[in-house]
Ligand binder design. Sequence first.
Ligand SMILES: *Cc1c(COP(=O)(O)O)cnc(C)c1O
Length: 216
Amino acid sequence: MSIQENLEKLKSTLPPHVKLIAVSKTKPVEVILEAYHVGQKVFGENRVQELVPKYEVLPKDIEWHLIGHLQTNKVKYIAPFVSLIHSVDSLSLLKEINKEANKNNRSIDCLLQLHIAKEETKFGLSFEEAGTLLKSEELKELKNIRIVGLMGMATLTNDEILIRKEFHSLKEFFDKFLTLNSQFSILSMGMSSDYKIAVEEGSNIVRVGNSIFGER
Ligand SMILES: *Cc1c(COP(=O)(O)O)cnc(C)c1O
């Protein structure tokens, strides 16, 4: 199947309120352009070193999302143009994003990444840590960032009950903070293997790579 057919098939299964991020990591610019020319304008990358050169050569109306772990010393490279950072997992990183956003005279939208999976290796905050961060006074002083929602990755498993449970726990936490934080609107959950479950559990942004571009 072509990228166009994959995108059409995928979109036909997504409710209209769910935004599709095409995860283009490891894919060359020609492949990204193929998706772009059939109407996909939002792309996600997980590494700054890969995102920046792609941003430089590709059309400027592309919306770029950073979905992978971000090191403080790399924030400056993406601060001028990034649309949404999905993977914020500390106050110190938020401070750095705020500083670089300020230098660029802009505000940067961020999601807090929560650790909801069983695996030890995945990045992210616990519910407790995220709660503390969201309520902290220091956060209020960061005028050039907005925390607009949450991101989470479920355990890589065939156990749909477990995946559903993990997504559900994040949605519950999201709803709790929705009432305290009027900027909250985005819940980024779901990849190729589990986006259908994620959408059923309340996701409104899915990050899909393999089902669009083929296996990496
Ligand atoms: C690679 C990646 C995805 C997409 O995974 P696929 O299985 O290719 O759909 C989604 N989210 C993050 C954080 C990723 O690194």
